[in-house]
Design a binder for this molecule. Structure first.
Ligand code: PBG
Length: 315
């Protein structure tokens, strides 16, 4: 069968316009700190984030998702630095929007990069206190919107946070700022390299009391229903490849756009296998992206966004 015929009947498309590039931000100028488990990625100072986002845009990747790496001296139990309008993340958003007004800037809403406990919510007596976390998340989202974020992305998995954030954004006049809810987020071992990059691993315990059990998928549909009624604009499933069935169930259950996050561990696995010479990295990458789209993802967060865009250009 000719490739023309295959093209005529292909069900799934993949383009750079479907991709979001996650970037790690740190203080400094012209500073690039490699991340051992994530080859070819690094923590970047704001100027290099701006430069990299420009390269991504030139390749047709329309969006970045930002994650700040803070020194321990700025971390505390209530993540106070997260609402500092002059904080690292907020400055980075401002610089990005100044340099690239058309870039879609997505910011992460969760306590972990700012928390001395390394948890996404406030910890008291070893437990996560859901309701006390909500006002902090809402204030963080408003601070990010004030800095210029187009989309705020709560990745914390506290109950009720989408409603709290939507209310706070609207009250502050940010009615056009979207919420991409990390709606179906599993307590996954595939986040390891990300936590290395930000030095944000939980200092004690794990995240199983608020992130989902990998054994469950019906629960995903409850999360979808809740986030829809609370006012989410996009719904995310995370990680990606081990959860293709969940992406499909979510796609079939909602009319909202569905995002998949091809997470740090998925990226690291491919890089490691390619370095050992046991996999063809480029072909595996394109296949992975196509499979995420086939499962139902409208958009894909991936550390390999620029590589995928380059490969698509080359045909
Ligand atoms: C934390 C957050 C995590 C990721 C995105 N936001 C890690 C976690 O929940 O511990 C993981 C992303 C990745 O592994 O690429 N709020």
């Amino acid at each position: 069968m000719s490739s023309g015929i295959r093209g005529l009947v292909r069900e799934t498309t993949l383009g750079a316009e479907h991709l979001v590039l996650p970037l790690f931000v740190q203080e400094g100028r012209a500073a690039r700190a490699p991340i051992a488990s994530m080859p070819r990625h690094a923590r970047l100072s704001v100027d290099l984030v701006v430069e990299t986002a420009g390269e991504a845009l030139a390749l047709g990747v329309p969006a970045v998702a930002l994650f700040p790496a803070l020194p321990d001296s700025l971390k505390d139990p209530l993540a106070r630095e997260s609402t500092n309008d002059d904080g690292l993340l907020q400055r980075c958003v401002g610089e990005l929007k100044r340099a690239h007004p058309e870039l879609v800037v997505i910011t992460d809403v969760a306590l972990d990069p700012y928390s001395s406990d390394g948890h996404d919510g406030v910890v008291r007596d070893g437990r996560i206190v859901n309701d006390e976390t909500l006002p902090i998340l809402a204030a963080m989202a408003v601070s990010q919107a004030r800095a210029g974020a187009d989309v705020v992305a709560p990745s914390d998995m506290m109950d009720g946070r989408v409603a709290a954030i939507r209310r706070a954004l609207d009250a502050a006049g940010f009615v056009d700022v979207l919420i991409c809810s990390y709606c179906v987020k599993y307590a996954s071992a595939f986040y390891g390299p990300f936590r290395d990059a930000l030095d944000s691993a939980p200092r004690h315990g794990d995240k199983k009391s608020y992130q989902m059990d990998p054994a469950n998928s019906r629960e995903a549909l409850r999360e979808v229903a809740l986030d829809e009624t609370e006012g989410a604009d996009w719904l995310m499933v995370k990680p990606g490849l081990p959860y293709l069935d969940v992406i499909r169930r979510v796609r079939d259950a909602t009319s909202l756009p569905v995002a998949a996050y091809h997470v740090s561990g998925e990226y690291a696995m491919l890089e490691a296998a390619a370095a050992l010479g046991v996999l063809d990295r480029d072909r595996c990458l394109l296949e992975s992206m196509t499979c995420l789209r086939r499962a139902g993802a409208d958009l894909i967060f991936t550390y390999a966004a620029m590589d995928v865009a380059r490969l698509l250009r080359r045909g």
